[in-house]
Design a protein around this ligand. Sequence first.
Ligand code: PGA
Length: 254
Amino acid sequence: MNKNLRKTVIAGNWKMNNTRIETKKLISELIPLVKDASCEVIIGVPFTNLETAIEMTKDTNIKVAAQNCHWASSGAFTGEISAAMLKELGVEYVILGHSERRQYFGETSLTVNQRLRAALDNNLKVIMCVGESLSDRESGITQNVVAIQTKIGLSNITKQEMKDIIIAYEPVWAIGTGKTATSDQANEVNKYIREVIASIFDKETADKTTIQYGGSMNAKNADELLSKEDIDGGLIGGASLKSEDFSKIVFATK
Ligand code: PGA
């Protein structure tokens, strides 16, 4: 089964949640709960909690992600954080192109690609998010939208670099809404994204790429979603803020 060719990754996307005190509490609960996980476990925390999270997870199987980085190495970009700054802290992953960045902060596939370049150049691994809106889906252009986001996002990336890139398929209509894509709907788009990756690089690279699903994944529906051939993990928002729920998802990967 091709699923064995790629790693399964469960990543929490905390978004703009958790103060330092809350971060310490959640991570101390998570460490014992997920220590025997067979999949890779990542938590994506706000910039202000990165140092705390990295320190606390140092000798554990939990990896830490930032939720964005800028494309320039330094300069007059008030409010931004560079990939080198994240690397220096010991950050391993960065989430890029999340639909909330695209929707509220003017992120485009082109700027996602620039940020991705900067992340890889600084030896960070990337979770790149793609996904259609409700009106895209209703207009029947889901495949076109995810293909464009994937192709532009990955332009000028080599196939060797794909080993450091995870794709997260997150239909915008399913994020934070409680409306999960059915496992078949999610699997169908993940499979299609894999075909797009094969068309950019080759089948072998596509078969090795981890493609997560995200959007209202929770302790109850994770088993079903993660049992699908092309769903190699999850990017979890709301349910990642509760240690019990997040760990149930981690163990749903078997
Ligand atoms: P959700 O968020 O699990 O709360 O729907 C997922 C995400 O935005 O990554």
